[in-house]
Write a protein that binds this ligand. Structure first.
Ligand SMILES: Nc1ncnc2c1ncn2[C@@H]1O[C@H](COP(=O)(O)OP(=O)(O)O)[C@@H](O)[C@H]1O
Ligand SMILES: [Mg+2]
Length: 298
């Protein structure tokens, strides 16, 4: 769209409640559908270096690499295998905390080991308009469009499949730990499984504790690499607003970092991108002690 026309439309539409979200939904949906029509998913780029391959999955020796569910991811991002032969490969803790929102699985999908993210659950305690936009697929299309923009980056799991009818995304499964898991392993109580029984799941103090624990436990070692990933994402017009330790994975094979979770990412070309980019940079600064220029680092 012509940039001037877009700005004029933005100004006019912003006065109508919910219009920003509606415009974002439409833009993300158009971008996703266009990419599918252009057969972008058929390009099959190589998986990221830490992606798991089917031959690494123990049960594949017995059952083959055909499409099936391999494991379930729980609320804290821990995997629980379906086949007994895969338990030692996937399971890192014994107790599973069911996910509060939609289900996440690790699956075999057309010869790739993928995370399957189905956008069917609703955000709890969310305002009515968030429910409505979730129902309309805002978060699904937003994440799909963001992952398509980031498909050439080595530090974002590559998108492998998009099913519009079931609102399902498939992306490379990266075996590893999140930065939040690393903090928890040092004894800090930051996982949902520890905090839910104490009623501290939505306690704002939890973020502060996580941030401090990360900084004290050698956060410096990650800062430069996080900055590089943030700049690369911003250069492609993506500004994640879900910034937290649980959304950065450390790959087990190479130690490389991977950014996940783009449901709420701001996409360049949608309403109030500049404002939301600044919000993203403020969050990156708060969580990782990084100060990025207001120009998006491009
Ligand atoms: N591609 C992936 N490879 C490995 N683990 C993943 C991947 N995507 C997500 N996860 C795990 O699942 C968790 C939840 O996924 P995420 O996309 O962040 O969903 P949510 O919106 O529920 O936070 C992550 O914190 C991470 O532990
Ligand atoms: Mg997340």
């Amino acid at each position: 769209m012509n940039p001037e026309l877009r700005r004029a439309l933005d100004r006019g539409l912003r006065r109508v409640p919910g219009m920003d979200s509606a415009t974002r939904l439409l833009a993300a949906r158009l971008e996703t559908v266009r990419a599918l029509l252009a057969r972008r998913l058929d390009e099959n780029p190589l998986p990221v270096p830490d992606a798991v391959t089917p031959s690494e999955i123990p049960s594949v020796a017995e059952l083959g690499p055909g499409d099936r569910v391999l494991a379930e991811l729980d609320q804290d991002g821990f995997a629980f295998a379906i086949h007994p032969a895969d338990v030692a490969f996937f399971n890192r803790r014994s107790e599973k905390m069911p996910r509060l929102r939609y289900r996440l699985h690790i699956v075999l999908h057309r010869g790739y080991v993928c995370v399957r993210k189905r956008f069917i659950g609703q955000p709890r305690n969310a305002p009515l308009d968030a429910h409505i936009f979730a129902l309309l697929g805002l978060f699904f299309y937003n994440e799909a469009a963001a992952l398509l923009r980031l498909r050439d980056l080595p530090n974002v799991p590559r998108i492998r499949g998009i099913q519009l009818t079931t609102r399902t995304l498939f992306l490379d499964y990266v075996r590893g730990r999140t930065l939040q898991h690393l903090v928890a392993e040092r004894g800090e109580k930051v996982l949902d499984i520890d905090l839910a029984p104490l009623g501290q799941l939505f306690d704002p103090d939890r973020d502060r504790r996580e941030i401090e624990a990360f900084a004290q436990g050698g956060g410096d070692a990650y800062r430069g690499r996080i900055e590089e990933i943030v700049r690369a994402m911003n250069a492609r017009g993506v500004a994640p607003l879900d910034v937290k330790l649980g959304n950065v994975l450390v790959g087990e094979k190479t130690g490389a970092l991977y950014w996940v979770d783009f449901e709420r990412a701001a996409l360049e070309g949608t309403p109030r991108y500049r404002e939301r980019l600044t919000e993203h940079h403020d969050l990156v600064n708060r969580w990782f002690g990084l100060s990025l220029p207001g120009d998006g680092g491009a």
